[in-house]
Ligand binder design. Structure first.
Ligand SMILES: Nc1ncnc2c1ncn2[C@@H]1O[C@H](COP(=O)(O)OP(=O)(O)OP(=O)(O)O)[C@@H](O)[C@H]1O
Ligand SMILES: Nc1ncnc2c1ncn2[C@@H]1O[C@H](COP(=O)(O)OP(=O)(O)OP(=O)(O)O)[C@@H](O)[C@H]1O
Ligand SMILES: [Mg+2]
Ligand SMILES: [Mg+2]
Lengths: 228, 228
């Protein structure tokens, strides 16, 4: 489902250059559930933005479901993302002028679904994360963890083939975090969804089929609890 | 250091009313390090905003260091907060037009410090959280966990008597989270700072001298891992 080879990404600002990814490779089979861990600042969000066609690598190639994403123009990339990728951002980026239900329904509107279908599916997802009573709240009327759960529902609305989630449980208490992970795993088992989840939570990472760590700008199999 | 009695807080929006705090009491001695846990949506951020004089309860009283905070006018409240309370928000709220160093120095500027003193102290704090190389990055040039660490440094600049931190480690890997907690505990031990920290991380909560949970809109001693 994901084939990424030789990814390089630096941020340049005048003279300084922060070299984040330095030849990262990644191969994920359809239906796999992969966790990515690594220190704060190691490049996990950067990697996810490249995989989600939200940014372009300085070098290297990325194929999602056989489509080369780096070559897409902005319009094609947006349509590809809408149909193929469910993305949960580290900072949820809900639309402030729409309530929770409307935010979750949004990918359906963009994809041209009947609004009845989008609405039913959105309400079902919100109920699964315990937010049926919050559907008419605006983002600034939601707690941090509630916003995070709404963002996950939005990413799952279209039952996308690929879910990319950037720390989807960072603002959740342990029980809510488990329920969110259950929901993602259920999607994978029910629909064969491929998932790549960045998480700092070791308990959740261990529930994933595969565990990778980002170290020195490259991905490698997780080496176990780091000794010092 | 904190005496809060009978706190009530609801959010009203037309007809509906979300009753969040329902008679919460809290008494914290100077120098205590208290953790507050509770499910997502239970009212932890709401409580912290009241204690930090960023919002006003519907009923009840709050004294911080003997000062009744609910009665302060906005100017007095702002000065009180600047001098007395270090606040780390759940969503860090750094100023986008200032770099990390300037953000951390800001409370010093507001308090009238010489900029040399604010700068030295800010650099020292940034180094303690491993961000000496990021002092000239703007917030949108920082990772999620880096922004969170910068926000903590800003809250600690004036060595405030009271630290209120709303999930200060939610975006941090386990090792960075431990370092951040070490920094907060060092402040408490070195300066007698009182700290109230909302956290979802059980390992960190257990390092605090006292553990409270928010349940049904009131605070109570943590009842241990919840059975189901
Ligand atoms: N626009 C930018 N300009 C310069 N440096 C940047 C920029 N964006 C990110 N960085 C740096 O790149 C590095 C990687 O950032 P990234 O957000 O990918 O890290 P991360 O692994 O997601 O961290 P976290 O776990 O804290 O969310 C960080 O050290 C950050 O300071
Ligand atoms: N402006 C508002 N209008 C209506 N309801 C609100 C508003 N702000 C917050 N709420 C609701 O009040 C409740 C408490 O919110 P709060 O942010 O204090 O929770 P929290 O314990 O900090 O949660 P989390 O752990 O997810 O951050 C939530 O259920 C939220 O939906
Ligand atoms: Mg990140
Ligand atoms: Mg909160």
């Amino acid at each position: 489902a994901i084939e990424a080879t030789g990814l390089h990404k630096s941020y340049r600002d005048g003279e300084r250059s922060v070299d984040v990814l330095r030849g990262a490779d990644l191969s994920v089979e359809p239906g796999e559930f992969v966790a990515v861990v690594g220190p704060s600042g190691s490049g996990k969000s950067t990697l996810l933005h490249l995989l989600g066609a939200l940014d372009v690598p300085d070098a290297g190639s990325i194929e999602i479901g056989g489509t080369a994403v780096a070559g897409l123009d902005p319009v094609e990339a947006a349509r590809f993302r809408n149909r193929t990728i469910g993305f949960v951002f580290q900072f949820q980026e809900l639309l402030a002028d729409f309530d929770a239900l409307e935010n979750v329904m949004m990918p359906g509107k963009i994809a041209g679904w009947r609004s009845g279908r989008a609405r039913d599916r959105a309400l079902e997802l919100l109920a699964e994360v315990g937010l049926e009573d919050r559907s008419d709240h605006f983002p600034n009327q939601l707690s941090g963890g509630e916003r995070q759960r709404v963002a996950l529902c939005r990413a799952l609305l279209l039952e996308p083939p690929l879910l990319l989630a950037d720390e989807p449980t960072g603002n959740l208490d342990p029980e809510s975090a488990v329920r969110v992970f259950d929901l993602m795993i259920a999607l994978q088992e029910g629909h064969g969804t491929t998932a790549l989840v960045v998480t700092h939570n070791p308990a959740l990472a261990n529930r994933c089929g595969r565990l990778l760590q980002l170290d020195g700008g490259r991905l490698e199999a997780f080496a176990g609890a780091s000794g010092s």
